[in-house]
Design a protein around this ligand. Sequence first.
Ligand SMILES: *[C@@H]1O[C@H](CO)[C@@H](O)[C@H](O)[C@H]1NC(C)=O
Ligand SMILES: *[C@@H]1O[C@H](CO)[C@@H](O)[C@H](O)[C@H]1NC(C)=O
Ligand SMILES: *[C@@H]1O[C@H](CO)[C@@H](O)[C@H](O)[C@H]1NC(C)=O
Length: 446
Amino acid sequence: MGVLTNVFLVFVLFCVCMCVSQQADVYRLQPKYPAADNDEEGSKASFVSRDTNRIGRRLQAHQTAIFSLKGNVVPYGLYYVTMLVGNPSKPYFLDVDSGSELTWIQCDAPCISCAKGPHPLYKLKKGSLVPSKDPLCAAVQAGSGHYHNHKEASQRCDYDVAYADHGYSEGFLVRDSVRALLTNKTVLTANSVFGCGYNQRESLPVSDARTDGILGLGSGMASLPSQWAKQGLIKNVIGHCIFGAGRDGGYMFFGDDLVSTSAMTWVPMLGRPSIKHYYVGAAQMNFGNKPLDKDGDGKKLGGIIFDSGSTYTYFTNQAYGAFLSVVKENLSGKQLEQDSSDSFLSLCWRRKEGFRSVAEAAAYFKPLTLKFRSTKTKQMEIFPEGYLVVNKKGNVCLGILNGTAIGIVDTNVLGDISFQGQLVVYDNEKNQIGWARSDCQEISKL
Ligand SMILES: *[C@@H]1O[C@H](CO)[C@@H](O)[C@H](O)[C@H]1NC(C)=O
Ligand SMILES: *[C@@H]1O[C@H](CO)[C@@H](O)[C@H](O)[C@H]1NC(C)=O
Ligand SMILES: *[C@@H]1O[C@H](CO)[C@@H](O)[C@H](O)[C@H]1NC(C)=O
């Protein structure tokens, strides 16, 4: 399953320094580019001269790159974009992962171990190697202790990246162009550094992989949005909106153009710059009106990260145990019978006539509310649709899983299941994370 959280960075979460600033901004998703048809004849001339005067500034004007998302929680377990790479450009499907930084594509270097993906392997080009003295190389290698001995400059920058689901990719960095569609309808061609992955283990299924690699959206300098922001192409703001209500796909963007005022809730990213994950600290959690941490403020439930590379949501042992007991208590007397026959989702319930959809099962459950300690008042509401799955047998199962069982110890990981029906924005310019309930239809207006 797609829990693609860099293990190393999860451990860094233990050394969090709490420096919290409160942000009271409220934002709304709203395209800001002008509607060309509305220009009055008389004002056109002045627009032209104003634009001419702005040319120096327009070179740095920031746009937003938009991408359509495909995928779902069940059965794909991931969301991906189509990235157009090279010249002439070729498409690659990349798993969208805000829990890691490096983007890599399966690559014919030649390949030692590659999955059978949806597209042919990326072909290495002459002169595209990124040398080890490049600052991006140091950024990518910083997570792996064993590169320190390579003192002498090398023509090639090797990387390896390990994920929390034990997936792994090994390769070296290359530079090539990546294309994206901007909100002003022009195509951006961005010089980009990414990994040529020639040795993968479990990070993609062995046969029939749905993607050709991973799109790392972490805040570090090596992620594509960070690279594009450094080149002045976009602001380092990333958003994703995945459909709820059993609908596949959604959209994603790089840039701040689609993020505007009102109706978004923001909390500060904590632990910057040492924590590269999108970490927002602990929250008091309530199931319905029942707190999971009865006597405390939620601190002992553990901190929270946002990770689009994770299919499900994972809780710490403390939070998971408390969540199970309040859910079970609340279901008592509701004529649902516990069922443990699903091999992956360990806790399910059956009802006589079965469940055809999550929407049908949701009526038996309550929203989970996370009230973030860093702000005291800001909260995220995860509706039952954000933590339930209906399996093949027609039973309803919890999509919040025991993180301790897969080695995630002190951190709660919010994954795709809980992002359904929400716009989530990672604002690396203002170091804040925001969300709003959304039908994710905005992109169709572009
Ligand atoms: C769209 O924005 C990009 C980046 O700012 C710019 O280079 C391009 O000229 C713009 N295109 C139009 C039609 O305004
Ligand atoms: C279940 O939760 C709801 C909302 O918090 C509450 O009103 C109801 O009394 C609870 N039922 C049980 C049996 O705990
Ligand atoms: C979570 O998993 C750990 C490790 O497998 C186990 O010891 C613990 O009891 C589990 N917690 C709950 C509440 O099931």
